[in-house]
Every structure is written in C-alpha cells, then in structure tokens.
Write a protein that binds this ligand. Structure first.
Ligand SMILES: Cc1cc2nc3c(=O)[nH]c(=O)nc-3n(C[C@H](O)[C@H](O)[C@H](O)COP(=O)(O)OP(=O)(O)OC[C@H]3O[C@@H](n4cnc5c(N)ncnc54)[C@H](O)[C@@H]3O)c2cc1C
Length: 472
C-alpha cells in the first residue's frame, strides 16, 4: 500500500497524471509528485486554508511569519500546485485584472495608484522570497513587451501607453519603442511599435509553487493532500476525510471555487490553453533574438502570451477555448485540438524561425473571472470567512499581494495593504444558465471577430465597444 491506504498501482497512476499536467510539472527536477498524506481525521486549528496553490501557500507563509504560534492547516483536493499555479504562463507581472479607472470609481484615484504601485513592489517581493527561501524558480526579471502588429493594434497599444502615462507611470515604468527598436529585442513579424516595461519576471510556475509548499511545510504548516472540502460552515469545513474546526477559513480555490456549496455563480472558470516547444537550437535563437527573455504579447483582443523558458523553450498560451455549460470543469477541456492548433499557427506567424521545432507539451487550466471583472480579497471576521479570487489571468503576482493582505486582515493589523481598493470588494453573481453560457461564448466570438476585422481593415472595430460594455 502507498500513502493513505491507496494501492501502489493507483498511486503510480496518480503521480503520472500529476507529472503530465503541463510542461512545467514535467520539468520540475527531483520531484516525483508523491502526494502528501491526506487529513487523518478531525482536526482543530486557528486557520484552515482551502487550496494549495499560490493564494493558499502565500497566505500560510505570511501568516506564519507574522505569528509563528498560529495553528494552520491547508487542505488540498489533489496536490500542491495542481491548479492554475502549476500550469500558468510564467508571467509574474504587475498586471491587475481590474482597470485603474474602475478601481478609482469604487474608491479614490490615489487608492487605484497605490494598488498599481503595490503590484510593482510585488514582483520584487516574489523574487526576494525565492532568494531568501532558496526556491529555484527560474525567476528572471526581463520585463514585458506588448507589440503592435497591425495599424488597429498600433492605435490601441499606443492608447494603452498614453493611458498608463496618465496614471502616473513614468519612463522608469514604461517606454515606447519604435518598430526597429522593438524588433531588435524579439524578431516578431509585422511589428509597428511596442510598449516595454521592466516590471515583470519570468518564473517556472511549478518550481515556484512546489518550492513554496516545501517552505510552508518547513514553517510547521501541514498540507493535507487528496482531501476535498465538501462543505463550509461557520467554524470550519467538512472534508472527505474528516471535519476541520477553525476560527477562520480561507477560500483559496480560484477557478475551482464554483464547485463549493453556495459559490456556484461567484465566478466563471474559463480555460486558458498553452503549448511548449522543445528546447530550441542555438541557430534558431540567433534568428529570434529575445536575449532579454522578456515576456511578450501583442495588441489583439483574444490574448496570446509568450515566455522564453530557462531551458530554451517557448511557452505560449492563449484564450479561445469555449466556456463550458454550467461552469463545468473537466480534465478533457485542457486539451482542445482546435485551439492548440490555432495557437501553433499563431506561434509560427509571430516567429517563423520556430517552424519545424517540435511541440512537446499541450495543456490548459481554468482561470477565475468575476462578473464585474474585479479581483477581490477580504475577511469577514464575524463569519470567519476569508477569500481571494477573480484574478482573471493575472494571478501569479496578485496572489502574493493577496497572501500578504490576508495575513494582515486575519491577524487584525491595519496596514497600507488592508486599505487598498480591492479589499472587501464583493462582485455580483453571474447569471444563471443558459444566459451565462450564451453571454460568455458570444463575447468570445465577438472578440475573435474584432481581431479578424481589425487585421483585415487595419482600423479599430466598432464591435469592440459592445464587448467593453459586456465585460464592464
Ligand atoms: C494556462 C494558464 C496560464 C496562466 N498564465 C498566467 C500568467 O502568465 N501570469 C499570471 O499572472 N497568471 C496566469 N494565470 C493565472 C494564475 O495561474 C492563477 O490566477 C493563479 O495561479 C491562481 O492561484 P490560486 O492559488 O488562487 O488558484 P489555483 O492554483 O488554481 O489553486 C486552487 C487549488 O484549490 C484546490 N481545490 C479546489 N477545490 C478544492 C476543494 N473543494 N477542496 C480542497 N482543495 C480544492 C485545487 O486543487 C487547486 O490546487 C494563468 C492560468 C492558467 C490556467
């Protein structure tokens, strides 16, 4: 028998399933993904954290640093890093899902700027912890490039640059590059200009989350794996392996939140899909350039995002997978030949030198989107209910900010972080089905259409306004 009374055969099957979740899982050295023991029975703690992704682990890390006497436990349905935290695009970026104007409307302009500034600090904070705790996560601060590749994209990317300037970002934060300067960084086709920002680090997501889990454990926080929370009540959670009595419960389940009781319409899980090439030959890198290892995207609406990995691959992701009726989550949705095929064609279109290189991995995972597109973090002391969710596709850095903020809120400290405008925000629920399915897939279809029209005509599409109205 293996861990928790599971037969060795089933255990080996599970470990193989975890390793093949993504290219990142497949390339974590010295980790065979043996699950940690499940919850052995009923338990009594101060804080129970549901989910061992970045949000849950960062929260545990900062709580323990703030008050080592706190009794914490993490319960995880699968293994640490099973979710989006192990599978993402590796952009540890200061992008925050909620637009600054919207944050200012809900609070103040100063509050919105303070949040953006704190996101910039967060990139350095993730690097600091990796250094201090010896987490070898391939952290490399190369910045971001947003290319404009059509006349319409030039209008929107330039508008984004002007918008950021109005929000107090100066030369040290963003620079406009002309076509030649932009191409000299990465030999992307059809480039008309680009925004460069130095504030982004490329990480190896699975090395980060698996390393963080080990650090948190070494601080005395048990992680009970293959233990599913089935119900939440005031004063704790019920799981498949016993009851956890806790003064505070932290919901750190992001896209998977929809499976928890009463939270079915709190957000929607939308799949982002990725692929990775084999490590590219040096002569290919000579054609591409990309020596700065920036993370990059372009100005299209159906986002694509690319990173150069430390072992010389290209990891590329994008949207375009359908939203599944009833917010259904299923491993089958992680590999969609139509979307993965389109991603590969886009990759070759962006960087023709890649043609001929093998694609070694294809995978995907759910991101969580709130109805008003606002990320939120909060703590209701009366109910003992803490949460952080709705990062859209920007959770690598945001989850660190969430963890630090939750630690302050739970330990009752009033700090600049607890005053930021996303704290205590409540998004409205998503519509019931079939409205949700029709609306979300219609918006996706519109976005893809806008990209096609703008590429063909070179002009900004009027349909874009419709989408903006839908996503708020
Ligand atoms: C393909 C992809 C690419 C992305 N790229 C980027 C990027 O480049 N940059 C960026 O900033 N963000 C990116 N994101 C988003 C980012 O990865 C997430 O926002 C972030 O990892 C969320 O972390 P989390 O800990 O909140 O959630 P998760 O990592 O999803 O963790 C939630 C955990 O909760 C567990 N769980 C769920 N239900 C239960 C239950 N009932 N009981 C117990 N445990 C439960 C799950 O098993 C899971 O391990 C991407 C996401 C995806 C899917």
């Amino acid at each position: 028998m293996g861990t928790g009374g599971v037969s060795n055969e089933r255990l080996a099957g599970a470990m193989n399933r975890y390793r093949t979740l993504s290219m990142w899982h497949d390339t974590v050295p010295g980790d065979d993904f043996t699950p940690r023991p499940s919850l052995p029975g009923d338990l009594d703690v101060d804080v129970c954290i549901v989910g061992a992704g970045y949000t849950g682990l960062w929260t545990a890390y900062y709580l323990k640093k703030a008050d080592p006497s706190l009794r914490l436990a993490i319960v995880e349905k699968e293994i640490a890093g099973f979710g989006a935290s192990g599978r993402n695009g590796g952009w540890c970026s200061p992008y925050f899902a909620t637009a600054a104007d919207k944050l200012a409307q809900a609070g103040t302009r100063d509050g919105a700027i303070a949040l953006q500034r704190e996101m910039l600090n967060t990139i350095a904070e993730v690097g600091r912890v990796c250094d201090d705790e010896s987490i070898a996560a391939d952290y490399h601060r190369g910045g971001t490039l947003t290319f404009a590749r059509t006349p319409a994209q030039l209008v929107s990317v330039r508008a984004e640059f002007d918008h950021l300037s109005q929000w107090g970002f100066g030369d040290e934060d963003i620079q406009w590059l002309g076509a030649a300067e932009a191409c000299a960084r990465v030999a992307v086709t059809s480039v008309l200009g680009a925004i460069f920002s130095p504030h982004c680090a490329r990480v190896h997501p699975a090395k980060l989350v698996r390393g963080l889990a080990r650090v948190v454990e070494s601080l005395g926080v048990p992680i009970y794996e293959r233990t599913t929370v089935t119900d939440r009540t005031r004063g704790g959670v019920s799981t498949t392996a016993g009851h956890v009595k806790a003064d505070v419960t932290v919901r750190a389940t992001e896209g998977y939140t929809v499976a928890l009781p009463q939270l079915h319409r709190a957000l929607i899980p939308v799949y982002s899909l990725m692929l990775a090439t084999e490590p590219l030959a040096e002569h290919v890198w000579e054609q591409i350039g990309w020596r700065g290892e920036e993370c990059f995207s372009d100005g299209r609406r159906m986002l694509v995002y690319l990173a150069r990995t430390a072992d010389g691959r290209i990891a590329m992701g994008g949207r375009g997978a359908p939203y599944h009726f009833g917010s259904h989550i299923d491993a089958r949705f992680e590999r969609e030949p139509r979307v993965h095929g389109a991603l590969y064609r886009e990759l070759c279109e962006l960087l023709p030198a890649v043609k001929g290189a093998a694609v070694t991995h294809r995978w995907g995972g759910p991101i969580g989107i709130a109805r008003d597109w606002c990320s939120s973090v909060g703590f209701d002391r009366t109910l003992g209910d803490a949460w952080a969710l709705g990062y859209v596709g920007d959770g690598v850095a945001t989850s660190n900010l969430a963890g630090r903020t939750l630690a302050d809120l739970i330990t009752g400290r009033s700090t600049p972080l607890t005053a930021l405008p996303w704290v205590g925000h409540h998004s409205q629920q998503w519509e019931p089905e079939p409205l949700r399915w029709i609306g979300v897939n219609a918006a996706q279809w519109l976005m893809a259409g806008v990209d096609k029209v703008e590429t063909r005509t070179g002009k900004p599409s009027r349909r874009a306004k419709l989408i903006d109205r839908f996503v708020g």
